[in-house]
Design a protein around this ligand. Sequence first.
Ligand SMILES: [Zn+2]
Length: 416
Amino acid sequence: MHIRPPFSALAGLGLAASALSVVAASTTTARPAPTRAEWREVFSPDGTIQRVHLNREVRSSLAPRSQVAAAEVIPIEVNGPSESRIDLVFVGDGYTAAQMSSFSGHVQSKFQEVMAKEPFRSHRKQFNVWQVNVVSQQSGVDNDPSNGINRNTALDMGFWCAGIERLLCVNEAKAQQYASAARDVDQVVALGNTTKYGGAGGAVATASGGNAQAGEIAVHEMGHSIGGLADEYSYGKGDRYQGPEPAESNVSTYTSAAMRQNKAKWARWLGQATPDGGVIDTYEGAFYHQRGIYRPSQDSIMRTLGREFNLPGREAMIAAFYRETRLIDASASAAHVTARTRLWVHPLKATASVHTIWRVDGHQVGHGDDIDLKEFRLSNGTHTVTATVTDTTPWVRSSTLRRSALTDTRTWSVAG
Ligand SMILES: [Zn+2]
C-alpha cells in the first residue's frame, strides 16, 4: 500500500503545511517558510532529538539522480499482499559484496528492534519487510570515525552532514531507486555499515547498521510517516507557540480543562496511565516550542528515543496501520450465492481482538470465519448477508476511528 505521507507531500496538504508554516513564521522573518523536506532530525546517544535546517547546497548534494545498479531483493517477512500491507524496505550502504551476510544480520536486528516496540509488536502481521542487497565498492561510510575520510559507496552515506557529527545523511534519490526494486515501498530505512551511533529522519530514515540502538530512529520516523504524529520535543529558547491548533493528533494548544470541554484531541485518554510512564495530561512544551503548546505525556518516543509511544500516539499508529491494510484479505465470491452456500472471510488476524460478526437482513446470526446459509432456512425472496470484521482492541478508544479504520465489511445478496 502506498502511504500518503502527512508531511513529505506538504504541497498537497493544506492543514499540515499551514501548521508548519506558522511555526516557521515565528522563528524566521520575511523568508519563505521552510518545508519538512528541508529539515532533518538529529539523534543523540542519550535519546534526545533536535531538528536542523539543511540549506539548499546540502540538500542538492543529497538528491542527485543517477542510474543505480540492479540489486537482489530478499523477502525478510511477507505477511500478505502488498496492496494491503505496509512495506518496510531496508537498503544498505558501505557493505561490499563480501559483506552481504553482515548486512543481513544488521537488517534482522533492526527489524527485530522495530517489532519489539508496541504497537508494531502486536500488529506485525500488517507489515511486509524487504531487504535490498545494495553492493558498495568500499566498506564503511564517509567521515567515520572522523571527519574528512571518504569512501566510494553506493548511497554516498556519511556522518558530519551539514557539519553535525551524528547526522548520517544519504543520497535519498539513490536510496529510493534501490528500494523501488522491492514489491512495494512504504518506508525506506537506509543502514550504514558502521557501529558509530547516528542517523537522520526524513523521507528516507537512516541509521547505523551496527549500532544496537539505531532501530529506534526508524520507529520514531514511522511515527511521522505512518502515524502522522508530530514531534513532542521543544528547543531551548523558551519561545511561545503562536499558531493555530495543529492538525497532528498528539500536540495541542488546549489545556486539559479546555480539551475535556471541547472533547478535542486526546480528551478521551486524560488521566489514564500511559505505557511511557505517568498519566495522560497536557504537558507544556512540544512541536519545537517550549510554551503555549502541549503534549500528552512527559516523555514518549516522539520526544526521546528509547521510550514507548504514549496512549494517543499508539492509538494513532494503530488507526494508521488499518488505513493501509484491509481487515479482510479474502472472502467468498459474491456471484451465484444461494440459500445453501457456505460463506467465508479470511480476516487479517493482526491481533487476538479481531472479531467477525455475521448478519442476515440486519439481524446478527453468528460469528467466526464462516457460516453455512442452509442452517438459516431462508425464506423465498432476496436476502442480504454481511460479514463485519472489527478489531476491538482497547488501545483505540475513538469510535470514529474504530468505525472508519478498524472495520471492514463484505456484503452478499442471496436469492432465497
Ligand atoms: Zn521527529
